[in-house]
Design a protein around this ligand. Structure first.
Ligand code: AMP
Length: 214
């Protein structure tokens, strides 16, 4: 199972990727999560990425392509993986294709999460993330049992700096200008599978499983 999840920020890629990774026992590679971890640990890479992430802009291609292909080379990815948030533009997609050709890897599916702009803004502004395990919650759609505390590991929940309204709008603009081109890119390669991502996370997960099994 080698999948790429494509879609706007807030389309639900991260939530579905975590559930799919657990179900199929394969790694979930999220460039956003990797970069946030580097930022939290104040590494050189984190320092380089900080201004782009906080402004809702794309981190330079070389840097993200390097960290993604390093992850893909891990033995853990031998039976499959789920790429979430990469590629984000045509240059990254072409570099990823080169890597796949050189490594004899064939992608099974690129799942495009189609979602309305209104849904995205509501999801992102209400999203809360666990400091400990990275689980996602939503203050209205998927509230934690205890206010601001993770159901899974009891750590505190926080709001991502780039989930503030002004940054959300920037991220959506970047998505429309750069990432949307990937829909045609993968359609032309006959890899694209489009799902309606406006629905509830559990419903979407069941739909995805059914589609992937077929
Ligand atoms: P995400 O968690 O996927 O929404 O990503 C959060 C932020 O990390 C993005 O707004 C970008 O600043 C950066 N980022 C994540 N993935 C990429 C990528 N493939 N290319 C460039 N920047 C990225």
């Amino acid at each position: 199972m080698r999948l790429i999840l494509l879609g706007a920020p807030g389309a639900g890629k991260g939530t579905q990727a975590k559930m799919l990774a657990a179900k199929f026992n394969i790694p979930h590679i999220s460039t956003g999560d990797i970069l946030r971890e580097e930022l939290k640990n104040d590494t050189q890479l984190g320092k380089e990425a900080k201004k782009y992430i906080e402004g809702g802009q794309l981190v330079p291609d070389d840097l993200v392509t390097r960290i993604t292909t390093e992850k893909l080379k891990n033995q853990a990815c031998i039976n499959g993986f789920i790429l979430d948030g990469f590629p984000r533009n045509i240059i990254q997609a072409e570099d990823l294709d080169k890597f796949f050709i050189n490594s004899n890897i064939i992608i099974d599916r690129v799942i495009y999460f189609e979602v309305n702009k209104d849904t995205v803004v509501k999801r992102l502004s209400g999203r809360r993330v666990c400091e400990g395990c990275g689980a996602n919650f939503h203050i209205i759609n998927m509230p934690p049992k205890k206010d601001s505390v993770c159901d899974l590991c009891n750590e505190k929940l926080f709001q991502r700096a780039d989930d503030k309204e002004e940054v959300i709008l920037n991220r959506l603009k970047v998505y429309e200008e750069k990432t949307l081109d990937l829909i045609d890119y993968y359609k032309n390669k006959n890899k694209l599978l489009t799902v309606d991502a406006n629905i509830d996370a559990k419903l979407l997960f069941n739909k995805l499983i059914a589609v992937l099994k077929s």
